[in-house]
Design a protein around this ligand. Structure first.
Ligand code: MN
Ligand code: MN
Length: 316
């Protein structure tokens, strides 16, 4: 075992005990000593339907107690390879969406000044905009692998520019994204208009509607995606509603006919080898899921993101 911060093992403290950091990491490592920061953004002022994603970080921490350090499928050993810790939450302003956005960017500016890769527990999808503002300041416009039922490229929602359905329209306008290196996977459901997905495609995004994914492995798709988004920094943004609501009922805007959990694992594992500079898992609203399954799945997908970061070693 390395000297890096390690998750507290189930044989040191029972899994139902201890302080609820992500994966029971120490939660005390200074930023200067970290490669990866797990960050919570408890925020849901941008939701258009059912609220509750503000509880996502706390509940994903709670469900993450069952995660163990080694990935038995890919052989990844993220905690031996990288210095990873839970650095806590952004102090969002529950009474002001715009102040919250400013606070989130300032928090990520600070993280990035210490050269850490932020892995974020949301929060609704609005938070991708302030995070990308900080990321692009450091890395320039980034490629993106975006998993979601929705494209989130509305110009406005109820007349407002900042909401959970608009972050990637704003991100393009602000030159935070490298359009031809963006892929959106899992899009489906009913639209406001028949051309709802066209704006994305006009920016050079590849939009993979969910019907293209049904009944098949996504490994071939991810080979194409790697080719498309390689050649620069890449951000992963995973909206849990990309999954079918039978796997992830705890979310605000569920859409039927979604991705399966094995497909989600194929997508994230398929990002291995890319220059990933950050990732998020958003829209977990645990109050609509009495089983804890949505948060458990979210925590597992965040762990899988850690397993494909640059510098992770794989055991033979
Ligand atoms: Mn979304
Ligand atoms: Mn969505």
């Amino acid at each position: 075992m390395s000297e890096n911060p390690q998750p507290l093992g189930g044989n040191q403290m029972p899994r139902f005990g201890g302080i609820a950091t992500f994966m029971r990491l120490p939660g005390t490592t200074p930023l200067e000593e970290l490669d990866v920061a797990v960050v919570g953004v408890p925020f849901d002022l941008g939701t258009s339907n059912r609220p509750g994603a503000r509880y996502g970080p706390r509940d994903m921490r709670a469900e993450s107690v069952l995660l163990r350090p080694y990935n038995m499928a890919t052989r990844a050993a993220p905690f031996d390879s990288l210095r990873i810790d839970d650095t806590g939450d952004v102090a969002t302003n529950a009474f002001n969406i715009f102040d919250s956005i400013e606070r989130i960017t300032a928090h990520y500016d600070e993280l990035l000044a210490h050269d850490v890769i932020p892995i974020t527990m949301g929060g609704d999808h609005t938070i991708a905009l302030p995070i990308l503002r900080a990321i692009a300041k450091k890395h320039g416009p980034v490629g993106m692998v975006h998993i979601d039922a929705h494209t989130d490229i509305n110009d406005t929602m109820f007349g407002e520019k900042i909401a959970h359905g608009t972050p990637f329209r704003r991100a393009v306008e602000e030159n935070l994204l490298d359009g031809p290196r963006v892929v959106q996977i899992g899009m489906r459901g009913t639209g406001y208009a028949a051309d709802d997905f066209d704006w994305s495609r006009e920016q050079g995004f590849r939009v993979v509607q969910v019907e293209e994914c049904w009944h098949r492995s996504l490994e071939p798709l991810m080979a194409e995606v790697r080719e498309q988004v390689a050649g620069g920094p890449v951000y992963i943004s995973f909206d849990i509603d990309g999954l079918d609501p039978s796997f992830a009922p705890g979310t605000g805007t569920p859409e039927v006919g979604g991705l399966t959990v094995p497909q989600a694992l194929e997508i994230i594992r398929g990002c291995r080898g890319l220059d990933i500079v950050g990732g998020d898992l958003v829209e977990v609203a645990p109050i609509y899921d009495t089983s804890g399954l949505t948060s458990l799945t979210g925590a597992n997908l965040l762990y899988e993101m850690m397993c494909v970061l640059p510098g992770v070693e794989y055991r033979d």
